[in-house]
Design a protein around this ligand. Structure first.
Ligand SMILES: O=C(O)CCC(=O)C(=O)O
Length: 254
């Protein structure tokens, strides 16, 4: 399908390097409000069961159900076009998570996504992951680091001699409202936070419809009542089974 030049460039970049950056897609003041709302959720007792992490880095699952602003990001035409290019028209949004990192955070472990028990990961994309920068992402404040072209290596983990502070791990920086997308097989991590103020990202995961979404332990399904409220384009990206609990939505792993 013919794409706008900016989208086509992003697709080509992701294909070759394993990631791409689409700058300044959403207004920064809208992102600042959304980031503040995410941080409030991280402090709510009701969200605790769906938060993993520590005082330096957290993941809050189930953002599709918790804040409708998530839908604007997840169904953004640029994000959907890149995801559909790699995963097909039936690709779907399976989860969106809020991911703040606070000053003092060490490097997160570098990893690939949803690789399950693969010994060598496939050489076709099985997932496209993304990160909306709800605050500016800088080299100091934990901007996501990626290893360009590592999606071609088919490794399911980093080589032992990879220096996380070395030149192979490239920090992807941008202003609030920018979008990073990557191939699940690209080695990446949240980099150490050596700055002064919190970094907030909204992570949206796109999968092909044949994928068993049980694979990521924390992922939460879209609730039926959330789905009912969604605009048509968001519904089109949420063709998975709706449910309140994982066990009712996904095929369990044996
Ligand atoms: O928070 C980040 O910058 C990285 C997130 C990440 O590694 C992931 O979503 O798999």
């Amino acid at each position: 399908m013919e794409q706008a030049p900016q989208i086509q460039q992003a697709i080509d970049h992701l294909d070759v390097y394993g990631y791409c950056l689409l700058a300044d897609l959403l207004p920064s003041d809208w992102c600042a409000d959304f980031a503040a709302a995410c941080l409030k959720l991280h402090a709510e007792e009701a969200c605790e069961p769906h938060i993993v992490g520590d005082k330096h880095y957290q993941t809050l699952f189930g953002m599709m159900n918790r804040d409708d602003r998530t839908w604007r990001c997840a169904s953004h035409p640029a994000a959907a076009a890149v995801a559909r290019h790699f995963l097909g028209d039936g690709c779907r949004v399976v989860e969106a998570c809020s991911k703040p990192t606070w000053p003092g955070a060490p490097h997160q472990g570098i990893h690939v996504d949803s690789a399950g028990r693969f010994v060598r990961v496939p050489d076709v994309p099985w997932m496209i992951n993304s990160m909306w920068m709800l605050t500016d992402f800088t080299t100091d404040n934990g901007a996501t680091g990626v290893v360009p072209m590592s999606h071609r290596s088919r490794l399911r983990g980093p080589p032992d001699d990879l220096d996380l502070d070395g030149p192979l791990v490239h920090p992807v920086t941008g202003r609030a409202g920018s979008l990073l997308l990557w191939h699940a097989g690209t080695l990446h991590m949240a980099r150490a936070h050596r700055g002064a103020s919190v970094r907030v990202g909204l992570n949206v995961a796109y999968y092909p419809p044949w994928f068993n979404n049980w694979i990521e332990n924390g992922h939460q399904p879209v609730w039926p009542e959330t789905y009912e409220r969604m605009p048509a384009e968001m519904q089109r990206l949420c063709t998975g089974r709706q449910a309140r609990h994982r066990d009712d939505a996904y095929e369990s792993r044996r």
